[in-house]
Design a protein around this ligand. Structure first.
Ligand code: OAD
Length: 256
């Protein structure tokens, strides 16, 4: 990340009144939460996440899929928000009209102080019944599953409880997608952080802002398909770049 790029991005943030902060798995990487396209570890090495994150996978082997998500949930519970999460909260504290839109299913934005993130892909902490769709209680904090784990049965209809996340082939929650498009349509800056911008329709959100003339600033160590629409590309990890950006935009502000 060059000083010139940081200064240019800081000018855009300092001038903004209603930014959107759009985040992906890279936002949580420095908290130790693997990104979606990181190599799987341990027992899950032999599985491609895309094979596990589908309705068909859950139907075929509920214990395998539930065990994988419970393992991810336990990993998130052990993780802590990183300075990037706190910098996002600092932006919201400074600019109350900021909307955080996340593809992530962890709870690190909230634990890092962000308010009411729009969740395009659901949450690891909101299981629901696979039959009647009623919300289901989180299982007691037993130890991290070492492998497949039978999902609990719905207390109402006895169908297996499923993770409250969006799977490949499933529609995004309508209200969340509408809120994200609305925010991107009216923002005066879109800050996209830690996403490969490969999965649609979520990846459309920065493009909605760009098409309507809002500047897009990207934070990612490597290029993504969004590079071409960005006013500034800040090459680096969110946990370092975002606090530096907040400090450069508002020297008097706490960067979180
Ligand atoms: P990916 O794993 O596809 O991409 C993570 C991005 O974060 C990559 O572009 C990395 O270069 C970048 N990255 C890694 N470490 C970083 C760091 N410390 N700071 C900033 N960026 C970093 O994850 P997503 O783009 O979030 O959908 O994936 C989008 C969706 O694909 C996920 O929400 C998931 C998956 O299908 C569902 O689960 C429905």
């Amino acid at each position: 990340m060059s000083a010139g790029d940081l200064a240019a991005a800081a000018r855009l943030l300092a001038a903004a009144t209603r930014p959107v902060v759009f985040t992906g798995a890279g936002m949580s990487a420095e908290s130790g939460v693997p990104t979606f396209r990181d190599a799987q570890v341990g027992l899950w090495q032999r599985f491609d996440p895309a094979q596990l994150a589908t309705p068909a996978a859950f139907h075929a082997d509920p214990a395998l899929v539930w065990g994988w998500y419970e393992g991810r949930r336990h990993g998130v519970r052990r993780a802590a928000p990183n300075p990037g999460h706190r910098a996002v909260a600092a932006i919201q504290a400074r600019l109350p009209d900021t909307v955080v839109v996340t593809q992530n299913v962890d709870d690190l934005h909230e634990r890092g102080g962000a308010v009411a993130p729009v969740r395009l892909h659901g949450s690891l902490f909101a299981p629901r019944c696979s039959g009647c769709a009623r919300p289901a209680p989180l299982p007691d904090a037993a130890g991290e599953p070492a492998g497949p784990l039978d999902p609990p049965a719905c207390a109402h209809c006895a169908a297996p409880v499923r993770p409250g996340v969006v799977w490949f082939g499933e529609a995004l929650p309508e209200a969340a997608l509408a809120a994200a498009v609305e925010a991107a349509s009216r923002c005066d800056l879109l800050l996209t952080v830690g996403t490969s911008a490969l999965v649609h329709p979520a990846a459309e959100i920065p493009l909605v802002a760009a098409r309507l003339g809002a500047p897009v600033v990207q934070v990612n160590p490597v290029p993504t398909p969004l590079d071409a629409v960005c006013a500034v590309n800040l090459r680096g990890p969110a946990g370092e770049v975002l606090p530096a950006l907040v400090r450069a935009a508002w020297p008097d502000a706490s960067a979180g």
